[in-house]
Design a protein around this ligand. Sequence first.
Ligand code: IMP
Ligand code: MG
Length: 369
Amino acid sequence: MIKLHDLYFKSFISEQEVDTAVQRMVDEIANDLQDEVPVFVGILNGSFMFVSDFVKKYPKPCEVTFIKLASYEGLKSSEDIQRLIGLTQDLSGRKVVILEDIIDSGNTLEAIHRIFENEMVDELKIATLFYKPEAYKKDYKLHYIGLEIPNKFIVGYGLDYNGLGRDLPAIYQLKTTQHMTNLVLFGPPGAGKGTQANFLKEKYNLIHISTGDVFRFNIKNETALGMLAKSFMDKGELVPDQVTIDMLNAEVEKNADAKGFIFDGFPRTNAQAEALDQLMEDKDSQINAMIALEVDDEVLVERLLERGKTSGRKDDADESIIRNRITEYYKKTAILKDYYAAQDKYYGVDGVGSINEITERLNNVIDKL
Ligand code: IMP
Ligand code: MG
């Protein structure tokens, strides 16, 4: 992933794939032109790298020249195309191949056709390394196309975003979701997970997704997924991971503009962690950290017994039940700790101290992500 100005881009087309596409175009064009000496006309600035690689590969004599047009500002194609440097030599009777880095709306191509209208060239062919069929609004024929790509903004290999990115040897694509902070929050019962999740939510503008709440919400509101989940629970079976993931996906989609998510109560298994990674990847994002609040067993027991006195929760009143829940927690989360540690995303945070102290420790971890 790279950042140019304010935007994030992800790897899209490798140097090798670009090279293969350029070579294929060279082969086709050289084959079609036979023994004519063509004039290749590069469209500046974007095509400089493509033209350079193209003519180096071109197996026969050729001429190269450039024209410079300007049509783009930032991420948007503009109708208003200016000719900054036009043709500086007579091309009448010549076989001309336009070398474009990318054809998007086709506005630039229209301007090129206008420039060549009165040039009396023998033949005018259009070759573009990248082509966005969904964006193309003209009907000029494109004779040679390197790679068709979806209608998303790209940078690299000559293409820029506000001046940056032209020097990159490979192609990067604008991320659909920009930078998010996605956390998986863990903590044994009594660690203060709920309290801390509330602070994090506020401070970082995150959406707290508690799997238990999501389940209860879907079942209570009788959503299709809720009914599906309930049908398994009624039979005494575990709800399949895919159903849970679909519910979480719906939550993520409901909050498409969020700065990030706190996942609480999920994942619980390796398979679920993998499914969550996949879900994040589908959103052009990722889990940034698994944060586990670490609290000594004796402190937990003490805290829960104390809570039990006032909360009336039965499972908080009995010490052996409490110890069991804590043991269960460590048994279940050990694999997940390994899973995220392997990706360098595991952060254990000391959960003993005042609420403020613990919040401070969490902030220190998150601010560095
Ligand atoms: P068109 O006139 O809309 O076809 O756009 C052509 C010009 O817009 C190209 O020569 C580029 O300079 C620029 N352009 C179009 N799409 C992109 C992109 O995805 N990244 C960077 N520049 C682009
Ligand atoms: Mg261009």
